[in-house]
Design a protein around this ligand. Structure first.
Ligand code: A2P
Length: 268
């Protein structure tokens, strides 16, 4: 902990103080951690909360999507590490037993109720944009509503495919979810800057129809398919344009639609 960061003894107003129980560093710029969850914290799988540390006597927080599903008794997050980022330069050094601040009011648009029922549900993620979909892919409600859940995660380098081993291994054997996952979940990892079986941006692969072929499903169709998008601002904008050109309509909390999007927030 640097001299500006204080241990969290009591939670400031609006936050819970939770204890870190697990930390995993995927790469030099990507890590995950788990923490305890207050019994009164309510959220819907796919939502995000403000999380952070006490720095210079004040909460320093950023929006983070929950990686863990709503039913889990702990919380899990996925974060980048930016060496001069105000929060992540500090948060990356967090250790088991230390505490983090968790905002009491999770929100967000990537929730099943913002989408109309349909055939296939696509999750389009780049980088840490996978986080809300890790939560949603472990929510039984999602499997009840759709025939296929397609997780298209695209990153620059192979080592950035966080949770790849979990999605292709442990999740398929999960006591409660395993059967649904095996029947309905299609994982489409892709890499843009290194050799990998699937290469190229998701936008390119949807334009050419390659993504649907890889998933073994019918071409994207707003009459039947639903899409959730979470990536950089540029990725979100390009996906939005591509979908709207095909007749997809953005869903909101008041009016469910055929797609929804959210920025993968934490960039510093
Ligand atoms: P690329 O390597 O071609 O830039 P980033 O770390 O910049 O957010 O990128 C994460 C992944 O998202 C990379 O695979 C990157 O591809 C891809 N990407 C970046 N911008 C876009 C975009 N506008 N549309 C689709 N994919 C994008």
């Amino acid at each position: 902990m640097d001299t500006n960061t204080q241990p969290i003894l009591t939670a400031p107003p609006g936050f819970f103080a939770e204890e870190v129980t697990w930390v995993h560093h995927w790469t030099e710029s990507l890590f995950s951690f788990k923490c305890t969850r207050d019994a009164t914290l309510r959220f819907t799988s796919g939502q995000f909360a403000m999380i952070g540390l006490m720095v210079d006597g004040k909460p320093l927080t950023r929006a983070y999507s929950m990686v863990s599903p709503a039913w889990e008794d702990h919380l899990e997050f996925l974060s980048i590490k930016v060496q001069n980022g105000p929060l992540t330069s500090r948060l990356q050094h967090i250790k088991v037993g230390e505490r983090v601040l968790i905002g009491r009011k999770p929100v967000g648009t990537l929730i099943p109720d913002n989408l109309l029922p349909g055939r296939n549900l696509w999750f389009l993620a780049t980088g840490t944009g996978l986080a809300p979909f890790m939560s949603l892919m472990r929510d039984p409600e999602v499997y009840d509503r759709y025939e296929r859940i397609i997780v298209a995660h695209t990153v620059r380098e192979v080592k950035e495919l966080a949770y790849r081993d979990y999605i292709t291994g442990e999740l398929r054997d999960h006591e409660l979810l395993g059967e649904m996952v095996q029947e309905k979940l299609i994982y489409l990892p892709a890499v843009t800057r290194e050799p990998f079986p699937v290469q190229g941006r998701i936008t390119t692969r949807l334009e050419t129809g390659e993504a649907e072929k890889q998933a073994g499903v019918a071409p994207l169709d707003p009459a039947h398919d639903r899409v959730m998008i979470c990536g950089s601002e540029a990725m979100n904008a390009d996906c939005k344009a591509l979908l709207e050109a095909r007749g997809f309509i953005e869903g909101t909390n008041n009016a469910p639609g055929s797609y929804v999007l959210e920025k993968a927030f934490v960039t510093k």
